[in-house]
Design a protein around this ligand. Structure first.
Ligand SMILES: N[C@@H](CCC(=O)N[C@@H](CS)C(=O)NCC(=O)O)C(=O)O
Length: 200
């Protein structure tokens, strides 16, 4: 398999962590690229020009981090990331994490193109309200959950989204507002798959 990625994409980090947690890294070549530069090889793998993109061992191209997760669990069932019997709960958490990632990413991209004034636009304010509501909900759901023994897609997506906030929007300072959520996050971030994929 080939995984197209860069070091700053939260979506690509989710895909890489999935591969690591499932013990599949020896089957994957990491194809580092700049998705913003219309990289020709990336465009072949994903005409949208977005990372992550995965080329399967059979040469089938896949995009969208959540779809990659579904494919990987189906093709390589060992260490499932969408375990049977917990699927609704896992997908629920993955949705919250993905929405947090999306809101934060859109704030960052809007700022990159239009400056910090973008935060004041109708869409910018809507994104910020979403970030605040999602953090509150994640704290209420995860604040008392003990650190995971084996990770699932919901935990990976949420922990990467929180790490992305620290990386790109540290002013959110969610650690102070939600110390119990911070304890949960610290437990997940201690894992080798998170340590080895830290944002740079
Ligand atoms: N929904 C997609 C989002 C992927 C995405 O937005 N990736 C960004 C990097 S964080 C990208 O490649 N952006 C380049 C572009 O939009 O042209 C997923 O879950 O994989």
């Amino acid at each position: 398999m080939e995984l197209y990625l860069n070091a700053t994409s939260p979506y690509a980090r989710v895909a890489r962590i999935l591969l690591m947690e499932k013990g599949l890294m020896s089957k994957v070549t990491l194809m580092w690229c700049d998705p913003w530069a219309d990289d020709a090889e990336l465009l072949k793998a994903n005409p949208a020009g977005r990372v992550p993109a995965l080329v399967t061992a059979e040469g089938i191209t896949l995009s969208e981090s959540m779809l990659l997760a579904i494919y990987l669990d189906d093709a390589y069932p060992k260490t499932p990331m969408l375990p049977d019997g917990q699927r609704a709960q896992v997908l629920h958490l993955a949705g919250l994490g993905q929405n947090l990632m999306e809101a934060a990413f859109n704030i960052v991209i809007a700022r990159k193109h239009d400056g910090h004034e973008a935060d004041e636009s109708v869409l910018g304010q809507r994104r910020w309200r979403a970030v605040k509501r999602l953090l509150m909900q994640l704290d209420s759901e995860l604040g008392d959950v003990p650190p995971a023994v084996s990770l699932h897609l919901g935990e990976i997506t949420t922990a990467v989204a929180l790490a992305y906030l620290d990386f790109r929007l540290p002013e959110v300072a969610w650690h102070c507002a939600y110390p119990k959520l911070e304890t949960w996050q610290v437990g997940i971030e201690a894992r080798a798959s998170f340590q080895q994929t830290a944002f740079t």
